[in-house]
Ligand binder design. Sequence first.
Ligand code: SF4
Length: 287
Amino acid sequence: MKEASFYISESGGKVKCLLCPKHCRIPDGGVGVCGTRENFSGKLYALAYSKPVALHLDPIEKKPLYHFHPGAKILSVGTLGCNLNCRFCQNFDISQQFEKEDFDNITEVSPEQILSICLNSGYKFVAFTYNEPTVFFEYMIDIAELCRKNGIKTVAVSNGQINEEPLLKLVEYIDAFNIDLKSFNPDFYRKICGGEIETTKRAIEIISEKKRHLEVTFLLIEGLNDDREEFTAMCGFLAGLDRDIVLHISRAFPRYKMDFDPTPLELINDFQKTASKYLNHVYAGNI
Ligand code: SF4
């Protein structure tokens, strides 16, 4: 088992995870909210390390990344777990519905084996995606470091719920990011996703400041996060960082705990027009 990074020991055998804003205090034998970090005798371990449940070759546009090596194929790696609990999660089968014991039944694929797959097959890009890669931080970093040494570029598709210190380490190794910005309303983040918006906004700021390639995805759900004023404020926030940040307005379909109609195409077109007043590159996706 791989010891986790970014945690501290506390009294009574507890540990406090410092990887994301949840700051879980985990007793001996317990796991954090993400289900992927376990306290074993006072040490924190990363259960998802070398345990991918999805390993596919995708078009890079599917991440979505439209302005980073368009036309390329990208080896996409995902594990179990997430540090959010979005009620509309589009990938809930791997992000939410699992037990700690499930990790025991997953075939190990080490970072070195991922590199070998890339070198043997001529793959030039690797994505950390499908579930939230922050919860397999150590696996992601180790793969990205090996890739960097071998001329392979890496991409993280993330909800941005990661603390500043680990994010600063991550941007050293990752070449491009797609960050989900789910709403511009703190209550939406708290009540619908179980997270907090400021961390994701700060992640976007840091990635932009560090000049990493950055695209942002907004999953538009009619009646839920379609407030015009909030969306306009979101576009203003992104444009204030860089008008060239690419924005994807993505169509939502009912999943997991929420039932709603698929986002009407007219609504997406309408939001795309609004965003285009602020940003130079706005795309409708998932349609
Ligand atoms: S990464 Fe997981 S264990 Fe760590 S603070 Fe976040 S939810 Fe808790």
